[in-house]
Design a binder for this molecule. Structure first.
Ligand SMILES: Nc1ncnc2c1ncn2[C@@H]1O[C@H](COP(=O)(O)OP(=O)(O)OP(=O)(O)O)[C@@H](O)[C@H]1O
Length: 285
């Protein structure tokens, strides 16, 4: 999926970080992050609580401090990005407030406010995009319902549709499947699979890799504010098996790998079928 506003060449990385550091109030949380993500990749961002996953994705959105190194989104340095509409964001653990009454359709339409001032009526094309986004997440039949009447999982889908309504070239999702029941997780996974099929580049922060099997084609793991793994799901399974074996051999180091609310994939059993090796891994990650 390419944007009408895309000036960069089609092979320009979606994201290109070189030795980048991010943090808050001048204090680094993440340091020396080198990461390049190409168009169409579906990347799961894993790591224990506090390892810096949210700090990284929020850094890409300009929501915290970029402290060191270099970063570009679609070839534009992070500090020079003015148009953020190419990046869609689904925030973490966010449900829609019950205090404001809005319909599902209205909430999704707010996703276009970055590209359309609130006082200008939506064009036919913009309304069609809202309708299509609702269809993509399977909520077109709930468009007129008060969003507060939807389940937590359905509200996550509303937020994904809201992010899609501006037709971003990359979708960043912070734990889209967290805290929803298994059935809703399956529906969300199907939504992500559909987006992947449309060629949407995705960066998905998650603790629930198993829910995304067959969708994710690359895994980046953070630990203590740095990248501790970057590779395919198959390579990750091998990496985890090694870490688990090393931890068993040296139990006194086990706390380094403690993931307190993670549904940790064990061994290779979680590997599903799917476009696991679809992406060109490149040489220079
Ligand atoms: N707004 C903030 N101001 C200052 N420090 C923050 C802020 N948000 C997060 N931090 C710190 O940054 C570190 C990394 O937090 P971050 O939320 O990025 O981790 P995470 O990997 O996303 O964790 P989780 O899996 O729990 O969401 C933590 O030490 C946290 O205390």
């Amino acid at each position: 999926m390419s944007s009408a506003t895309g000036q960069a060449a089609p092979d320009t990385p979606v994201l290109d970080l070189r030795h980048a550091g991010f943090g808050y109030a001048g204090r680094p949380v993440l340091e020396d992050v080198t990461l390049r993500i190409r168009p169409g990749e579906v990347v799961a961002l894993l790591g224990p609580n506090g390892s810096g996953k949210s700090t990284l994705v929020r850094g890409l959105l300009g929501l915290n401090d970029h402290l060191s190194g270099h970063g570009e989104v679609f070839g534009v340095p992070l500090n020079r990005i003015r148009d953020r509409s190419r990046v869609g964001y689904v925030p973490q653990r966010h449900t829609l407030s019950g205090s404001v009454r809005s319909t599902v359709r209205e909430v999704v339409a707010t996703g276009q406010l970055a590209t359309r001032p609130w006082w200008r009526p939506a064009t036919r094309e913009q309304r069609d995009r809202v309708t299509q986004a609702l269809r993509t997440v399977g909520l077109d039949d709930r468009a007129k319902d008060d969003v507060a009447t939807l389940s937590g999982g359905q509200q996550r889908r509303v937020l994904i549709a809201r992010a899609m309504a501006a037709r971003p070239d990359v979708l960043i999702m912070d734990e889209p499947t967290a805290g929803v029941d298994a059935a809703s997780q399956d529906v969300l996974a199907a939504v992500l699979r559909r987006l992947a099929g449309l060629g949407v580049t995705m960066i998905v922060v998650t603790h629930e890799l198993a829910a995304l099997r067959g969708i994710v084609d690359r895994i980046v793991e953070l630990e203590l504010g740095a990248i501790s793994f970057d590779g395919t799901p198959q390579q990750y399974a091998v990496h985890r098996a090694r870490v688990t074996a090393a931890t068993a051999a040296h139990p006194h180091e086990a706390h380094h790998h403690h993931h307190d609310d993670e549904d940790e994939p064990e061994g290779l059993s979680w590997l599903g079928s799917g476009p696991l090796d679809a992406a060109d891994p490149g040489e220079d990650r």
